[in-house]
Design a protein around this ligand. Sequence first.
Ligand code: ZN
Length: 299
Amino acid sequence: MRTALTLALAISMSAAAASAWAEDAKAPTPVGTTQDCKNPDALGVERVVQIDTTGAPGFGFQNFKAYDFLKDHEVVLTFDDGPWPGNTERVLKALADQCTKAMFFPIGKHAGWHPEILKKDIAAGMTVGSHTWSHKDLTKMTFDEAKTEVEMGIAAVSIASGNRPVAPFFRFPALRMPPEILKYLASRNIAIFSTDWDTFDFKLRRPEQVLRSVQKRLTKHGKGIILMHDFQHATSEAVPEILKWLKQNKFKIVQVVGKTPVEPLPEYKKMVIKEIGGGLASARPMSSVVKTISGPSAN
Ligand SMILES: [Zn+2]
């Protein structure tokens, strides 16, 4: 149900306006936006919604019912647990080939290990939130431990993306949500993204199974925020077919962006740098440091 004007969300705007925030945040110019799309049959982006995350509104019917912002046949694609070599890059390529956008919820440690891949998410104009530092179940720890997981996750994504602020969106590991952390996120004005439909792709080994899982849910329900994992190999191989199927079946992609990004807290940035190593913040892109000069992928 669509609720009243008091809602914290949903201003539709053009893809051009969507990049305004990225410019504010001094991001690299997004590439592969719909304006310079070379594929005339691309899935593209139907509309961009900007969310005012004041007070931490929640999205995804699995846990939150208040804000039903998708129209029939509209889909928000979300990918968790990256960035991961090969898999995340395959997902990004599939999205770029279809000139479309998704939300990513990277794990802080993975972002720390693979900052060059996280930077590709950002450069491609994706919405990049956070998903804790090490993907532990926050309901099984003290408040301070859980808060540290949340804040180190945000700090790691910020550092790995070149000390930028982070999209004000958070997803709980395994969607397990301690009430005191929900309150804490409200104090930080970070929206919570659950999901409408979980594909359970982490249990699937073959790309056809992941495709079928998406098809089944969207055919039945007609729209939704879809949870997948760019960390998963089978998913990364399924995404081109999923996007093709969405286009053929007249589904439209909605990109979600934040109104105000979240700033990482300095004490947690220090903790991340201590864990990952001081080189992270100043590391050059891996491709400018390490180059294959002989062998099958030499260039
Ligand atoms: Zn996860």
